[in-house]
Design a binder for this molecule. Structure first.
Ligand code: UDP
Length: 254
């Protein structure tokens, strides 16, 4: 069996060389981490569910014209994506106060925000992903003003679309994190959505009970972590065929 070239290993995913130039295979692990890697664990079946959930959401976004790196799902834990140059800035979009925003400003969790707020974080494990301003981003050359405009416009569209989509399944999209990359085609550069969209990087609360159905169950030791990821997939109508048992499928070769 030939071993594929591993391009990058992150906390929740591995990137392998893809079958053709300009593509990568994104492998979803069950590993979970929080608080800048200080807390680590395994959420059984998470990789399978996030692969499926992210496929579903990226496909729906693609249909409304949001460019993404997603090409197609290959198997239970892997998807084919376009190779992009990742911009080292995470964009967090917030609709309701939670997490670090609540801590920073003393706003109780669950308080609706007067309007959607976008924040930028510089992606650096060593520095603990510090929050940065537009000034830092353009002055240090992490992204050009035009790139940033594109990322903000796309993030707001994604927020509107996903808020409605989740609302239809009885879930509130409290906040989420996005990553973007540069994709070159015939000398032209486009900003495209990259990484993943899943309960690992979204806060999703039940609309009626405010029950948390996302990675906060792991961060805050709330229990029923696996069940929360399954519930999100179930509400989206995409639980893998065979139900939760399918989530134990053997890991594919690495
Ligand atoms: N988030 C993420 N990766 C990070 C930090 C945050 O995906 O490294 C997501 C998180 O799941 C939440 C949103 O970004 O949906 C906002 O997170 P926040 O800044 O409140 O940080 P936290 O409370 O997780 O420290």
């Amino acid at each position: 069996m030939t071993r594929r070239r591993r391009i990058y290993e992150g906390k929740a995913k591995v990137l392998f060389e893809g079958p053709e130039p300009g593509t990568l295979v994104q492998y979803f692990k069950d590993d979970a981490s929080a608080f800048n890697n200080k807390k680590k664990g395994v959420i059984t079946g998470k990789g399978v569910l996030n692969n499926r959930i992210s496929e579903y959401l990226m496909s729906r976004l693609g249909e409304i014209g949001v460019p993404t790196h997603f090409v197609r799902r290959l198997n239970m834990r892997e998807q084919l994506v376009r190779e992009v140059e990742i911009i080292p800035i995470s964009l967090v979009v917030r609709n309701v106060a939670a997490g670090s925003l609540s801590r920073r400003f003393g706003i109780p969790e669950g308080t609706p925000l007067p309007r959607s707020i976008i924040e930028y974080y510089y992606k650096s494990d060593d520095l603990g992903d510090p929050m940065v301003s537009e000034e830092h981003i353009t002055a240090f050359g992490w992204a050009a003003p035009q790139d940033l405009d594109d990322m903000v416009a796309l993030s707001l569209r994604i927020n509107d679309y996903l808020s409605g989509l989740f609302l239809g399944t009885g879930l509130k999209l409290v906040d989420f994190k996005l990553e973007f990359g540069r994709l070159w085609e015939n000398e032209e550069m486009r900003i495209v959505l990259a990484d993943e969209i899943s309960p690992d990087n979204c806060r999703l609360w039940d609309i009626k009970t405010n029950e948390k159905l996302d990675k906060d169950r792991f961060r805050e030791d709330l229990g029923k972590v696996e069940e929360a990821y399954q519930e999100v997939a179930r509400r989206l109508g995409i639980l893998p065929e065979g139900g939760p048992n399918d989530l134990m499928a053997p890991k594919t070769m690495q």
